[in-house]
Design a protein around this ligand. Structure first.
Ligand code: ADP
Ligand code: ZN
Ligand code: ZN
Length: 664
């Protein structure tokens, strides 16, 4: 009798054996329905073996084989094994988390195509090339093109507008001509509708599978099936697309590889960039990491020669130059309503010329604090150790950490003072100030509040590209990838706050964000300008920004990281925990730190509460384990994560985050 070893979505790191009778033709990579406890579950067959350690009388039989999806290939299962081991997650949960919800359910899959149509969709069709590549682009295309068919990691370091996308498109055309598939990962699809349409223009006949988590179930299932079945020559998606099985992968592109959204922050806490490299290795194809401001991990790998560095140092459109960056010294110029006189003047000049401006402030809402000046009371969240943010548009207080809401109180709850005041500024307050200064201007606010509904953001952004709106006020949402031809000024308002952060990555992030947001301006013939309002105009990060000197900035940061013993010179994992009482959280972490012997070469640090300790009613803390050796850390984590469940009482929630990037 055959025995199938099946991965199930359960929080234990083992496979489950089932008997399989001759009528069921299930093999490794197939989805099957099996009895588990009192109900039926969908699992993935990992192996077919002759014997089980379970007595055959106690082996339950497989109920049935689920059809309709291509068999998950061996290299995909291999990748899942790698991810499960690396990120310390049970294999069954890893596999389940990688499948779209519909493929984990007992419902039959949507069928819509005939074999002939599918075959036609697998074909790539025409390629409509963009402008002829310049010398730097030609070099990049030639070098990566020569590596097709084998594994290699490239860093394509190109300033914003240097023509990276053009390079990807030409390489993809080569991959499709080889009848292989290309996988392109981008930070957030909803934010880059222009990218998708550029792909569609370049490959007008190709079935492009778009994969991201905001898709509704059926669309996501179809896209995934197309990718898996080889019916989509191009798969364009966010981080989760790296988990799709591609039948004939020939090239992987990770655009904006430094972007934090490539790291999943729950469940399987994988880095899609790192997974993409692993994936390319298994498939034996090149992977291209593209960025204007590579992550320091990637930059270090390029410096040491592990990755091959290709540079696009100029803007691709003839005559287009990088914007001039200027500091507005807030110690000399007062900022009325958050805007300094020179920023207002620059905005006025753009209005007079009919050009667009962008005012960037990375904080949504009206004001981050509502306080009583008489007694010092400030509106706080009941469930978090955080202030409530004042939202003026719908007159509510909102917690940006747990989503809690409250009406605006009429008077101070401690002293009765009716004159409660907003402190600090968010997008809404800046929008209000701008409307006061420029009554005739069309002001558009773009943040998560203004773009709640699906598709709304894409529509607004398309309008902006066509010239709608004179002054845009927005957050990070506006920083990414959009091409606004008529935008010539970017004013950055509250960048300093990130420089004061305790997180050692915040300077790296701020540099990337400012470079990116600055890159929105002057993408055509008109030169662009970036004004940064700051109290620290001499800060090395700003000086590097002025000179567009990523390499200098990165070298300085890497030297600091090396001296301080931070990544990429060491490898880290965080053990995070939360409980209703902080003492329980801390006790658990202390016990975990003593749980297994810590070998030479590994350091386990004391637990520390998060900066925002309480969130949604739970008290949070974490401890960090570090090593100069990744394999040593991995070996330690494997033993540790297996031992921890024994000491975790019911009230404790915990997880391990390998290569963590968020510490707040
Ligand atoms: P990136 O992806 O690096 O931001 P893009 O590929 O989007 O850059 O290119 C920026 C702009 O330059 C686009 O409008 C693109 O059509 C144009 N472009 C790219 N390559 C060339 C080239 N070789 N000659 C002229 N224009 C180009
Ligand atoms: Zn008061
Ligand atoms: Zn809260």
């Amino acid at each position: 009798m055959r025995v199938l070893r099946v991965a199930l979505e359960v929080p234990v790191a083992k496979l489950f054996d089932y008997a399989c009778d001759a009528t069921i033709a299930a093999e490794a990579g197939d989805r099957v329905v099996v009895p588990f406890g009192s109900r039926e579950r969908v699992g993935v067959v990992v192996e077919s073996v002759e014997e089980s350690a379970v007595a055959s009388a106690r082996l339950k039989p497989v109920t049935r084989l689920l059809e309709g999806a291509p068999r998950l290939p061996a290299d995909w299962l291999e990748q899942m094994r790698f991810l499960a081991a690396y990120y310390q997650r049970p294999f069954g949960e890893t596999v389940a988390g990688a499948l779209p919800p519909r493929l984990r359910s007992l419902k039959p899959l949507p069928q819509r195509r005939k074999a002939a149509e599918e075959a036609a969709e697998g074909a790539a069709g025409r390629f409509v090339p963009g402008p002829a590549p310049n010398e730097a682009q030609r070099q990049a295309i030639a070098q990566i093109g020569a590596a097709l068919g084998s594994f290699a990691t490239f860093l394509l370091h190109g300033i914003t507008g240097s023509g990276k996308t053009e390079v990807y498109l030409r390489l993809i055309a080569e991959v499709l001509a080889r009848r292989q598939q290309a996988l392109v990962l981008v930070p957030e699809i909803g934010l880059t509708p222009q990218l998708e349409s550029r792909f569609r223009q370049a490959f007008p006949d190709a079935n492009i599978a778009v994969l991201h988590s905001a898709l509704e179930d059926t669309a996501r299932t179809h896209a995934w099936l197309d990718a898996a079945g080889g019916h989509a020559p191009i798969v364009l998606g966010t981080r989760l697309a790296v988990l799709a099985p591609l039948a004939s992968l020939g090239l992987v592109v990770v655009d904006e590889e430094h972007d934090a959204s490539f790291k999943q922050q729950e469940g399987l806490r994988y880095s899609a960039r790192d997974a993409a490299i692993q994936r390319a290795k298994l498939a034996g194809c090149p992977v291209v990491l593209g960025s204007a401001t590579p992550s320091l991990e990637t930059w270090q790998n390029a410096r040491t020669g592990r990755y091959r560095l290709l540079s696009l140092p100029e803007r691709a459109v003839p005559g287009a130059r990088l914007p001039a960056v200027r500091m507005v010294d807030l110690r000399r110029e007062r900022a009325e309503h958050g805007l300094a006189a020179s920023a207002l003047e620059a905005l006025r000049a753009r209005l007079a010329r009919g050009e667009q401006s962008l005012v960037f402030i990375n904080r949504r809402g009206y004001a981050p604090v509502l306080a009583c000046d008489a007694c010092g009371w400030a509106a706080g969240c009941q469930r978090c150790s955080a202030r409530l943010v004042l939202h003026a548009a719908d007159r509510r207080l909102r917690c940006h950490h747990c989503g809690a809401e409250a009406p605006i109180p009429r008077a101070c709850p401690t002293c009765g003072n009716v004159d409660l005041r907003p402190h600090g500024r968010g997008t809404q307050r800046i929008e209000e100030a701008l409307a006061g200064y420029f009554p005739g201007a069309r002001i558009l606010r773009i943040d998560r509040d203004s773009a709640r509904r699906r598709g709304e953001l894409a529509r607004t952004l398309a309008g902006v590209s066509r010239g709608e709106g004179d002054i845009l006020v927005g957050t990070q949402l506006l920083a990414k990838g959009h091409d606004f031809p008529n935008l010539t000024l970017v004013c950055v308002l509250n960048a300093d706050s990130a420089l004061l952060s305790t997180d050692y990555r915040s300077a790296e992030r701020l540099f990337a964000t400012l470079q990116q947001v600055g890159g929105r301006s002057g993408r055509r013939e008109q030169p662009g300008e970036v004004l940064v309002q700051t109290r620290f105009p001499g800060h090395p990060m700003y000086l590097a920004l002025l000179r567009h000197d990523y390499a200098g900035f990165a070298a300085a940061q890497l030297a600091e990281r090396e001296a301080a013993g931070f990544p990429p010179f060491v490898f880290e994992a965080a053990l995070r925990a939360e409980a209703k009482k902080l003492s329980d959280t801390m006790d658990f972490l202390r016990a975990a730190a003593r749980l297994v012997p810590v070998p030479e070469g590994i350091s386990v640090y004391d637990p520390v509460p998060h900066v925002i300790t309480r969130r949604a009613g739970y008290e949070r803390a974490q401890l960090v384990a570090q090593s100069r050796s990744r394999p040593a850390l991995q070996a330690f984590l494997a033993g540790w994560s297996a031992a921890i469940p024994a000491i975790a009482s019911r009230g404790i929630r915990w997880h391990i985050d390998v290569d963590p990037i968020e510490f707040d």
